[in-house]
Design a protein around this ligand. Sequence first.
Ligand SMILES: [Cu+2]
Length: 327
Amino acid sequence: MKFQKTTLSKVPVLLYVMAIVTISFLQSCKSDQKRKDKTEAEIETAAGGNVIEIVTETMEFQMPDTIPSGWTTWRYHNKSNQTHFILIDDWPDNKHHIDTIRQKILKPINDAMLLFDQGKVKEGQAEFGKLPVWLNQVKFPGGVGLISPGLTAETTMNLNPGKYYAECYIRMENGMVHHIMGMIKEFVVMEEDSNLNEPTADYLIDISTEKGMIWEPPTSAGTYTFLVKFIDQIEYSLETSIVGLDVHLVKYRNETDLESLEKWVDFAQGMKEPAPEGLTFLGGVNDMPGGSKGYFKAILKPGKYALISEVPMASEKNLLKTFEIGE
Ligand SMILES: [Cu+2]
C-alpha cells in the first residue's frame, strides 16, 4: 500500500475501495412525510419470484440472515430520514468476522474522515495507514442504488453462494459514516437457488470506463425495468485509489440541481447528509465486476431525470446522463 502517495482528494476514494457505512438528524420532516405518502401508494410488487425485503428505519439494515443464490430481487424500503444505498461486500476468506471488519476497516475509515473534516490531513492519512493489506481483495458484487428518504428501490441481482456484508457509507451531517453507525449487515447466500428467472428489461444501460454510460432513455411515463451491463469495471486498488462504476437514478428540477448532484456523489467532497435540495434518488445498481449485469425497476413520471455514477467529475466521464419524461 502506498498511502504516502495519497493526496487529500484521493483519500476519500479509498473508502470506496474498501467498501464501506447513523442516526437521523432531523431533516425536513414535512417533505419526508410527503414523500412517504406518495411512495406507499406508488410501490408496486415485483412480479412473483424471490423478493428480499429490506428496511431501514434509522441506521440499520433489517433483512434476512440468509438468502437464496441466483437471481433475487432486493426491495429496499428506506423508511428513515436519510439517503442510503446498499453496497454488497465480498471480503476475502477468513477475514469475515464482523468485529474484525468494524475494528480494522470501518473504524480507521471513519476516524480518517473526521480528521480530514478538521483539516488534519496527516493524521487522517495515518488512520488509513492502519488499514490491513487484505482490504485490497474485497469485491463488490452489486447492491441497490441511492434511495431518498421514504422511498423504495428495487434491484435484481445474481449472487453466488457465500458470506457477504451489506453496507452504506454515506455520511451523517456530523461526519460519521453510516456503516460505523450500524449500516453493516452480514448475510449468507445459500446454495439453494431462488429459481427466479432473469428479468426482462425495457431499457439497456451499457457502462464502461472508456465510454461512460451509453443508452437510449425512455421519453414517456411508465414503470420500467433497466438492465445495467458492466462492460468493465475499474480495478479496485489502494495503490491507484480509483473508484468504481455504478448507476443511480435521480429526479431533479433544474441545472443547478445537477451541479449539486455531481458534487454530492463525489466522496472527496463529502457525501454528507442532507443530500442537496431538489434531488430525489430512485435506486439503481451499485458496483459490480466487469462482465456482470444487474437490473433495477423505477416508476417514471413527467419531469427531469438523470443517471449518475458515484465518481468524481462524473459528467466529464460521460457518467452523468440526463433525460426528460414528457407530459
Ligand atoms: Cu446510509
